[in-house]
Design a protein around this ligand. Structure first.
Ligand code: BES
Ligand code: ZN
Ligand code: MN
Length: 492
């Protein structure tokens, strides 16, 4: 991973040299009846500019609306060369600040950036690190103009420092998830993906178990074996666990790790380049487990991650095959492109053998998620109380998560005349819910579980915006982390 910029809190009152040590300074702008107004935290910047900043912003066309970034050169008035003025909008929520700071850092092209915005430190730090992210691993000449050092103007209290550490760790996890998603499938396939998981685990001295193709066959992981059969790159199952000394509970995470989804013999005809993101759920749960350990959260976490490449070939599984999943149930394959639920059913069965208290499963499961909720809203299905709590935590953390229903009638479509289940019903209605219902078949009755369908949110096919780059977004990480924090706060 490219180096993450350092982030430090600097109290401008205690250290008047902050401006000397910055190349660019970020201020917030909010709209008002009389034009753009500086947001809280910008007073000293304005003073350094001879109190002419608002006039300059007006002249440059700044409005304070979200998404607008205006750069004002300081022309020798201040020790730093540039003011980056970012619109927050009139509703100055944490997410509005996160987005505004993200947009500013996305526009920043200087090594040392100071942020002069008076707002909750967590939102500022997340916005800065998420917005400053660039994926340059495959560029032969990665741009040199990259942010290396971020300072945030705030009181250097213990509370602020701790909030900064948490935000930084969460943002790094999001970046790790983005990096994994952005890595092309010729370099990221089950074997190398598992090796990356081993590296991530080593950084926090976590226990990790990797089952290879032989171990999967021996363990009767029929879904993972079938889906992986068409690829020259054999499948894996990774189990990453964090076991703190005093844990208030145990959360199982499960993430879909299809390193490339061609559809298999039911070959896709559209969106094929998008399908390198089909391991985004796996990336999110692995990065979150590592982040939980880095933060020393007093809650046990186990990530169970099936990794396979869904390819058509002479050894591929076929429509009409019947495969036996771990735990013994048989599934008729109606469509080899509904592969996620097969590898996930195996992984869920393994995860629940540990008897966790809660389960969060994250996957790019259905195109129907995009039809139903669009590219930005995560669909949440599962046990109603836990589902709603997960949605609440995710929304509070700045991800949009919307609860969707699972109803009895969905089950009938999964009946097969020849096996216990079929992987796809004969009609295509409510396909996001059907995916959730299929997974529900493998969840124990008494366990709070949720399925997060991140098919759209995991991948930004449009242009970069606020703190969201093109390509991999790291969707799911902030929701998972918010859930872990919420469980710790409740029981700790
Ligand atoms: N990986 C896809 C879902 C997907 C679609 C993710 C678009 C991201 C963007 C999944 O494996 C898939 O192919 N689902 C099928 C299911 C169908 C055959 C029931 C789909 O959504 O069409
Ligand atoms: Zn898929
Ligand atoms: Mn598919």
């Amino acid at each position: 991973m490219p180096p993450v910029p350092s982030v430090t809190i600097v109290d401008p009152a205690a250290d008047p040299t902050v401006f000397d040590k910055a190349d660019a300074v970020v201020v917030g702008v909010v709209p008002s009846a009389t034009g753009p107004r500086l947001a809280r935290g910008a007073k000293a910047v304005d003073a350094a500019m001879g109190n002419r900043l608002t006039v300059a912003l007006k002249a440059a066309g700044a409005t304070g609306r979200p998404g607008q970034v205006v750069k004002i050169p300081t022309l020798g008035l201040a020790p730093f060369g540039l003011v980056i003025a970012t619109g927050i909008g009139s509703d100055q929520t944490g997410e509005a600040v996160r987005r505004a700071v993200g947009a500013a850092l996305r526009a920043a092209a200087h090594p040392r950036v100071h942020i002069a915005v008076d707002a909750p430190i967590g939102a500022i730090v997340e916005g800065a690190l998420l917005g400053g992210y660039r994926y340059t691993v495959y560029k032969s000449a990665p741009g040199k103009q990259i942010v290396r050092r971020v300072t945030v103007g705030a009181a250097a209290t213990a509370e602020n420092r701790s909030a900064m550490r948490t935000a930084r760790t969460v943002a790094v996890a999001v970046q790790q998830a983005r990096d994994l998603v952005n890595t092309p499938p010729n370099d990221l396939y089950p074997e190398t993906f598992a090796a990356r998981a081993v590296e991530l685990a080593a950084a926090e001295a976590l226990d990790i178990e990797v089952l290879d193709a032989r171990a999967l066959a021996r363990g009767r992981y029929g879904g993972i074996v079938a889906v992986g059969a068409g690829s020259a790159r054999p499948p894996r199952l990774v189990r990453l666990s964090y076991r703190p000394r005093r844990a208030v509970g145990h959360v199982a995470l499960v993430g879909k790790g299809i390193t490339f989804d061609s559809g298999g013999l039911n070959l896709k005809t559209a969106h094929l380049t998008w399908m390198k993101s089909d391991m985004a759920g796996a990336a999110a749960v692995l990065a979150s487990t590592v982040a939980a350990a880095a933060l020393r959260l007093p809650i046990a976490v186990t990530a169970t991650v099936p990794m396979a490449e869904n390819m058509p070939s002479g050894s591929a599984y076929r429509p009409s095959d019947i495969v036996t999943l771990r735990g013994g149930r048989s599934v008729e394959i109606a469509d080899t492109d509904a592969e996620g639920r097969l590898v996930l059913a195996d992984a869920i069965s393994r995860a629940v053998e540990d008897e966790p208290d809660h389960l969060i499963e994250v996957s790019t499961l259905t195109g129907a998620q995009l039809i139903a909720l669009g590219p930005r809203i995560i669909g949440a299905m599962g046990e109603p109380d836990w589902r709603d709590r997960v949605a609440r935590c995710g929304n509070a953390a700045g991800e949009s998560v919307w609860a969707m229903p699972l109803t009895e009638d969905l089950r009938a479509g999964l009946d097969s005349p020849v096996a216990d289940l079929v992987n796809v019903p004969p009609d295509r209605w409510g396909a996001m819910l059907v995916g959730g219902q299929f997974l529900a078949e493998f969840m124990p009755d008494a366990m709070p579980w949720v399925h997060l369908d991140i098919a759209g949110p995991a991948w930004n096919a449009g242009g970069a915006r606020d703190y969201t780059p093109q390509g991999g977004t790291g969707a799911g990480v902030r929701t998972i982390m918010a859930c872990l924090h919420d469980l710790v706060a409740e029981r700790g």
